[in-house]
Ligand binder design. Structure first.
Ligand code: KG4
Ligand code: ZN
Length: 344
């Protein structure tokens, strides 16, 4: 089955063509960072307008690279939520119009299911059941996954998402949006011994997270470091390191706890923060000691992309699921509401 995938939930336009027999045939991404950078964050209306400008040319480009035309395709998958309503509507309208014109089904895909299944695009894939840590700009969730569409939420952030915390810490240090990769790069040169940041909620039972206290702690530490209002490069690097260590430690502790609680040995991490090299390395070494394994997507498929939407959509379209005439976008959409897909 040959599926076109379109991602437009936030600030990247992602397009891919995925074949259930041959795998990923082509994919491309247009990032809107240049559009939003001067505002220090995503401006929803500008995001929608940029998707309008970029989505169709990107679809034409990717279909040409894959060597396919509309008549070769079996379905169109697009991100129906969660995300920015205007941005979602651009993708949904375009995808559904194309599908109508080509006489093929369309399917609205859950963005976080796309992230969750992105490791399936790799050669070495995890087997169900597993625990998934979804860490993006909008979500921090631990989920038990028994199959596609069989999700049980084990814990989530009670305030900021991990990616959001990275972005806010970056802003405090004067680093550009999106801050996660910039904080991670600075942290590489920071001294891990200088500051000891708290590990929020690790001493309480349960699998929920909280990152807003860490944000305040970061702000206060930076205030103590300032001399005549200025921060030295060393101060920034040391704070970045302490902040990243605290987030990573917290995530590792909760992942191990979730695996133990569910008596599972397989962990999947996905979403933008799963691109963090320190998080991957720490999880790998911690889990190896317990005979458990961690799987993650290639770095370019950790952050938003069209391939994960094409993949997730292909699994559901192949199982006969598709939009009804009344389908609409879902800016808020609990993943547990998704219908299951029977194992092939
Ligand atoms: O999954 P994603 O692309 O978009 C959402 O669905 O939110 O995740 C974006 C988030 C941003 O908060 C970004 O700062 C963070 O992922 N991020 C990182 C890294 N790369 C991206 N955070 C920490 N370390 C990274 N290397
Ligand atoms: Zn995302």
């Amino acid at each position: 089955m040959l599926i076109l995938g379109l991602e437009t939930s936030c600030d990247e336009t992602g397009v891919a063509v995925f074949d259930t027999d041959r795998g990923l045939l082509a994919d491309a991404l247009h990032s809107q960072v240049d559009v939003h950078v001067e505002y220090g964050g995503v401006v929803p209306e500008l995001a929608s307008r940029d998707h309008v400008r970029k989505a169709l040319p990107l679809i034409e480009q990717v279909m040409a690279e894959a060597g396919v035309t509309g008549s070769d395709l079996d379905g169109v998958a697009y991100t129906a939520g969660p995300g920015l309503v205007g941005a979602l509507m651009v993708g949904a309208t375009l995808a559904r119009s194309l599908a109508l014109g080509w006489g093929i089904p369309a399917l609205g895909v859950h963005h976080m299911e796309g992230h969750l299944l992105a490791p399936m695009l790799e050669d070495e894939r995890p087997e169900f059941p597993f625990v998934a840590l979804l860490v993006s700009g909008g979500h921090t969730q631990l989920v038990r996954v028994d199959g596609i569409g069989q999700y049980r939420l084990l814990g989530e952030s009670v305030d900021d998402a991990a990616g959001e915390a990275f972005d806010k810490a970056a802003k405090m240090m004067g680093l550009p949006y999106p801050g996660g990769p910039h904080v991670a790069k600075l942290a590489d040169t920071g001294n891990p011994e200088r500051f000891d940041f708290p590990r929020p909620m690790v001493n309480r039972p349960g699998l929920d997270f909280s990152f807003s206290g860490l944000k305040t702690y970061t702000l206060n530490t930076l205030a103590d470091c300032r001399r005549d209002g200025e921060l030295s490069d060393t101060d920034k690097a040391d704070v970045a390191r302490a902040f990243q260590d605290a987030v990573v430690d917290t995530l590792v502790i909760k992942c191990r706890r979730a695996l133990k609680q569910e008596a599972l040995k397989t962990l999947v991490i996905a979403g933008g923060v799963s691109a963090n090299r320190h998080l991957r390395a720490r999880l790998e070494s911690a889990l190896a000691k317990e005979g458990a394994r961690v799987f993650y997507p290639a770095p370019r498929f950790c952050t938003d992309n069209g391939a994960m939407i094409a993949y997730a959509g292909a699994q559901r379209l192949a199982a006969g699921q598709c939009d009804s005439g009344e389908s609409t976008v879902r800016p808020r959409w609990p993943m547990e509401e998704l219908p299951p897909v029977a194992a092939a």
